[in-house]
Design a protein around this ligand. Structure first.
Ligand SMILES: [Zn+2]
Length: 109
């Protein structure tokens, strides 16, 4: 099973995490925010199936969008891949699969 690190950004002073690079930490306003690799492991907090997508994603429907709480405490919104024989449930463990132009993709463990 392939494991991919999930890139996030951490304040050098207070270690506060962010999904995107920031010029200043949102908590302590330090100006050094560094790239960091997280485990990519997390928990499914909520999800919904998109059947009528925005124009840019036409042809990809249906697809699942999930809110995931990473083990390190960061909350991310991502695509969720669910194998055909499985059904996603709130609380399921998920793992980062890959980064796509539209954002991260996680899958059920
Ligand atoms: Zn900070």
């Amino acid at each position: 099973m392939r494991m991919a690190a999930f890139e996030a950004f951490a304040c050098d002073r207070c270690k506060c995490l962010a999904v995107r690079p920031l010029s200043r930490c949102r908590r302590c306003e330090a100006s050094t925010v560094l790239s960091t690799n997280l485990s990519g492991r997390g928990t499914l907090t909520s999800f919904t199936t998109i059947r009528v997508p925005p124009t840019v994603f036409l042809g990809q429907e249906p697809y699942d969008i999930a809110v995931i709480d990473l083990d390190e405490g960061l909350r991310v919104t991502a695509r969720l891949t669910v194998p055909e024989e499985r059904e996603a449930m709130i609380g399921d463990p998920v793992i980062f699969h890959e980064m796509r132009p539209y954002g991260p993709v996680f899958r059920l463990v």
